[in-house]
Ligand binder design. Structure first.
Ligand code: COA
Length: 260
């Protein structure tokens, strides 16, 4: 399969959907797929028409079943280090400046779970199964799973998943806070698009500032984070969107945000 087809892009209004397209390999992330995803995210970050991005997997069965295990065979530590540091798809998702939602349509394992963890919001199909099974390969997560998972679900729930490698069902993932919503499989794409459209109707300036402030909260002290929030709040006062939002409220009309 040509590398440009391993990730499909669909644009509908202000929302772009990226679909990992290796269903015969349960959408496992090989090097070509990671590279293509990073390129697509770079393009979407620079495209002012796009306000929200959805990431999902092709087919009925899988979101992403992890890194492509076939590529691990015989790989040297130096090669592995280069693969992980030359260009990280997990960092590209984490640092993507606009809201990004994972639509988890099936197996969400290993690097797939880590990619979902790097997204802002996770919506899962009732059929989804999530896990970090690297332990079964004599490995550990390398895409942020040991760091983002405990921050999201707490240390005990994270270590249980990481130590056992067991898959958990969507309802259990919801219970521990790993996913934010669970919906019937046939409603997943519509629900995620509805959520994306709602977010896309808000001020792109404020969305970007919210994302920056919240992401900062994961990496800094409360005092530093609160300081940054004040700065970003004040910065929002420089936007046309803030004028539009306030004027629309005072004049009892719907705002139209432009991202300026
Ligand atoms: N890397 C490479 N190939 C993978 C893969 C992965 N992470 N996950 C699945 N595949 C491939 C299988 O090798 C198989 O390919 P083949 O048809 O050429 O043999 C195809 O996808 C279908 O998978 P299969 O195992 O036959 O489906 P299943 O329904 O029996 O089992 C899983 C599904 C998810 C339980 C099983 O595929 C699995 O355990 N995958 C690995 C998950 C994992 O450990 N991920 C973390 C990697 S670090």
């Amino acid at each position: 399969m040509a590398t440009e087809q391993v990730v499909l892009k669909k644009i509908d209004g202000h929302v772009a959907t990226l679909t990992i397209n290796r269903p015969d390999k349960l959408n496992a992330l090989n090097i070509a797929t990671r590279g293509r995803l990073v390129e697509e995210l770079d393009d979407l970050a620079a495209n002012d028409d796009i306000r929200v991005v959805i990431v999902t997997g092709a087919g009925e069965k899988s979101f992403i079943a992890g890194a492509d295990i076939a590529e691990f065979e015989g790989r040297s530590p130096v090669e592995q280090f280069r693969v992980m540091t030359d260009s990280s798809v997990f960092l590209a998702v984490d640092q993507f400046p606009k809201p990004i939602i994972a639509a988890i349509n099936g197996f969400c394992l290993g690097g797939g779970c880590e990619l979902a963890l790097a997204c802002d919001i996770r919506i899962a199909s009732e059929k989804a199964k999530l896990g970090q099974p690297e332990i079964n390969l004599g490995l550990l997560p390398g895409g942020g799973g040991t760091q983002r998972l405990p921050r999201l679900v707490g240390m005990g729930a994270a270590l249980k998943m990481l130590y056992t490698g067991d898959f958990i069902r969507a309802d259990e993932a919801h219970r521990i806070g790993l996913v934010d919503e669970v919906v019937p499989p046939d409603q997943l794409q519509a629900r995620v698009k509805e959520l994306a459209d709602t977010i896309a109707s808000k001020s792109p300036v404020a969305l970007r500032l919210i994302k920056q402030a919240v992401r900062t909260s994961m990496r800094t002290s409360l005092d530093e984070g609160l300081k940054q929030e004040v700065t970003l709040f004040s910065l929002a006062f420089a936007s046309e969107d803030k004028e539009e939002g306030v004027d629309a409220f005072l004049n009892k009309r719907q705002p139209t945000f432009t991202g300026r």
